[in-house]
Design a protein around this ligand. Structure first.
Ligand code: ADP
Ligand code: NI
Length: 217
């Protein structure tokens, strides 16, 4: 019961914080990540579902894109965690999961717990498939990035600076990041969930280029 209350309180806080966001980090994104993470936890029968749910709900709170800077985002997460009645160990664990799972921050670095692996998988699943396609263009549009521009070269390796400057297009983002995510997943359950999402993106890109190149039927 206590745990249910804490989850409800966290949910209310996150809804209020992210409600207005239109960059693909809205409440519904968070809710999908929470549900996928709990599903993976359940199928794999591993990880603490309470920690997973808290970390999934809070994972975008410190995101630099939603805060004035990285420090104020960190501060926001910390103050919220201080305000709920959970053990210090649980607070530290949730904080650590959120610190390590981001694509940029977490890229290549070992995750410290199965809970972190599961929340990261759930967040990555929401960046691929039909939802991933929608989010890529919503984000690109918000950044003023074109849908596609064939004169921009697709590059496998982009520096963090270049990535932040968004020298890219919505379509480029698939080659720079989205198509690679399936091979970076941690759990078998997420890998299975990624299959149809990957097919969806591949079909989409194939059709996109056919239309771009003037297919008439
Ligand atoms: P997450 O919420 O998974 O941590 P990000 O914060 O990196 O992901 O981005 C949010 C959404 O916007 C994701 O679906 C991501 O693929 C998309 N996105 C991020 N950067 C770009 C970009 N340069 N162009 C198009 N889409 C992007
Ligand atoms: Ni996210």
């Amino acid at each position: 019961m206590m745990k249910d209350n804490i989850i409800q309180q966290t949910e209310d806080y996150v809804r209020q914080q992210l409600g207005e966001d239109a960059t693909g980090h809205d409440w519904f994104h968070v809710d999908r990540v929470r549900r996928s993470a709990l599903h993976i936890c359940n199928v794999e029968q591993s990880g603490d579902p309470f920690i997973i749910e808290l970390a999934a709900l809070l994972h975008d709170i410190p995101d630099e894109k939603l805060n004035e800077n990285a420090e104020s985002g960190q501060q926001k997460l910390e103050s919220f965690l201080q305000s709920i009645p959970i053990s210090n160990k649980a607070k530290e664990h949730v904080q650590q999961i959120i610190d390590t799972i981001s694509y940029k921050g977490g890229n290549g670095c070992e995750l410290a717990s199965v809970e972190a692996e599961i929340v990261q998988d759930a967040d990555r699943l929401d960046a691929i498939g039909a939802i991933g396609i929608a989010r890529a263009f919503a984000y690109g549009g918000k950044k003023g990035q074109p849908i596609y521009n064939p004169t921009i070269q697709v590059r496998e390796e982009m520096s963090l600076e270049e990535y932040r400057k968004g020298k890219s297009t919505g379509i480029h983002h698939f080659y720079e990041k989205l198509l690679k995510l399936k091979d970076l997943l941690n759990t078998e359950t997420a890998r299975k969930m990624a299959e149809s999402r990957q097919n969806m993106m591949e079909t989409f890109l194939e059709q996109f280029f056919q239309e771009w190149n003037g297919k008439t039927i």
